[in-house]
Ligand binder design. Structure first.
Ligand code: IPM
Ligand code: MN
Length: 352
């Protein structure tokens, strides 16, 4: 029995999570595993009602689950940062989900904004460090509100944090067994403290993986290469901030936020899976948002739980919907409603 904590969250989160859970249910039935889904109402609405984001007790509760499935966090009536820090980042940090794993894969039938690039060119994974860097919350104000105000935002990089991330990326690249090439994405030419540590760690760990080819690209250059030559990449490892930025670029070259999913992984603890697109307030309640990203998050969750057959079924089903059913991956342009997309995925999951 797998225990899953489900956090539908804000905006379109509940709509896409509903479809994700439908697909989970179908996969469980066909593949013969049991699960229990417990729903939690963390998010903007609850915050506006109670002033609570996520309490320490609730965080401890989440820790007891096998996995977490999250819709979206972010509410137009709540000041930016409160829910993100109080819920999403509190879970990532509190449960030590030190890897943010973001596959970038273009499925056949999906429109790619890159000229002359197809599914054979776009298939890589970004391993983003998920607990340190600029996200650590180190810094502060001096003389706030005066003409001499100073704002300091520091990037925190520990040898332990960098090494476990880099090691995860090498292991992942070896297991993935495709091009077996790991690219470090950094900024060694300017950020000479942080990226000195990253680079030294990367090449030291690389000695243990002679079968994995290593490569380095500056973060600005990688933005160019992702567009010009995405076929060069297999696995990319980077820090929290750069990973945040380059995975939005990754999402758009794989067809957009309608299909982009990610996993917040603690290999020894509880991991959390989410569509990476956010709460999309302007589409809320209209039944036009694409649930495929949330369904892909379920696929990653199944794979993480070791339910490979179920994960593969879900991925095949998503690929069929992309190839045969959906007109566009963009919200409002799918030619189908949110629940129709979910229903179609369920049919394909049952078919095999
Ligand atoms: C993401 C998001 C989050 C991040 C925000 C919502 C805090 O952009 O998951 O990429 O910056 O990590
Ligand atoms: Mn982001």
């Amino acid at each position: 029995m797998y225990r899953i904590a489900v956090i539908p969250g804000d905006g379109t989160g509940p709509e896409v999570v509903r479809e994700g859970v439908k697909v989970l249910e179908a996969a469980a039935e066909v593949c013969g595993f049991d699960y229990q889904a417990d729903f939690f109402d963390f998010g903007g609405e609850r915050y506006l009602r109670t002033g609570l984001t996520l309490t320490d007790e609730e965080l401890e509760q989440l820790r007891s689950y096998d996995a977490i499935f999250l819709g979206a966090i972010g509410h137009p009536d709540v000041r930016p940062g409160i829910l993100e820090q109080g819920i999403l980042l509190k879970i990532r940090f509190g449960l030590d989900q030190y890897i943010n794993l973001r596959p970038v894969r273009l499925y056949p039938g999906v429109d790619c904004p890159l000229k002359d690039k197809g599914p054979e060119d776009i298939d890589f994974v970004v391993v983003r460090e998920n607990t340190e860097g600029l996200y650590a919350g180190s810094g502060g104000f001096l003389r706030k509100g005066t003409p001499h105000e100073v704002a300091i935002q520091e990037s925190v990089n520990t040898r332990m944090g960098v090494e476990r991330c880099v090691r995860y990326a090498f292991e992942f690249c070896r297991k993935r067994n495709k091009k077996k090439k790991l690219t470090l994405c950094g900024k060694t030419n300017v950020l000479t403290y942080a990226w000195d540590l990253w680079e030294r760690t990367f090449y030291e760990v690389a000695d243990e993986y002679p079968d994995v080819e290593t490569d380095y690209a500056h973060v600005d250059a990688i933005c160019m290469w992702f567009v010009k030559n995405p076929e060069w990449f297999d696995v990319v490892v980077t820090d929290n901030m750069f990973g945040d930025i380059i995975t939005d670029l990754g999402a758009i070259i794989q067809g957009g936020m309608g299909i982009a999913a990610g996993g917040n992984i603690n290999p020894q603890g509880t991991s959390m899976f989410e569509p990476i697109g956010g709460s999309a307030p302007k589409y809320t309640g209209k039944g036009v948002i694409n649930p495929l990203a949330a369904i892909c998050a379920v696929q990653m969750m199944l794979s993480h739980l070791g339910l490979e057959e179920a994960a593969e079924r879900v991925e095949r089903a998503v690929m069929k919907v992309c190839a045969h059913d959906i007109k566009s991956l963009s919200a409002g342009k799918m030619g189908m409603s949110t629940s129709e997309v979910g229903d179609r995925v369920v049919e394909y999951v049952r078919e095999g």
